[in-house]
Write a new protein. Sequence first.
Length: 218
Amino acid sequence: MTVWLASGNAHKQKELAAVLAGHSLVIPAGAGITDFEPDESGSCFAENALIKAKALYAHPGFSRAALSAGAEHSPVLADDSGLCVDALDGRPGIFSARYGSEGGKKAGAAERNAMLLEELNAALAAGTPDKQSRSCRFVCAMVLLYSPNRFCIVQETLEGELVADIKAVRGSGGFGYDPIVFLPEFGCTVAELSEEEKNNVSHRGRAGKAIAKLLAAG
């Protein structure tokens, strides 16, 4: 089955393609849609995921591309994900991709990682005893949309803790915050997991597997 992914993130496409094996995952750019920039104005991950799914479904280019591919009834898949740090009251949360960006200039992954560790360490140094934890979690809300009024939402997490400082960054796999999130049960950061391991335990992998079951059930 052809499934449309409401994202321009090639990393997400690669991860989800591995989880949704047997399905063809198409992103807007792959169908010639170059102006897909939905306004992620939701107050939580699930709201933003639904906004993105509905935006692609309503995009004129989606209808034309789907029809030309003979897949006019294909569902739209969208996810919104981010990192929530307990001692920072859940920040950066839904603003994870925009964390540290100022004046229209988007911070790179390495910059965001360094700034987040600096903010956490400053908060821990000045915080109360009940806010001395480095615990955090990746959250992924995923929407499978068949029509604007017919959709399913799945939300999953991956629990971990932030490394001590930027010198403790480890791993070259994954992307984003993966190198600074340590998984005690595995003894490594998310960026040190193999692709197969990450797909099995990650927030996006777990949500994607739930979506795969929904697709199989029709």
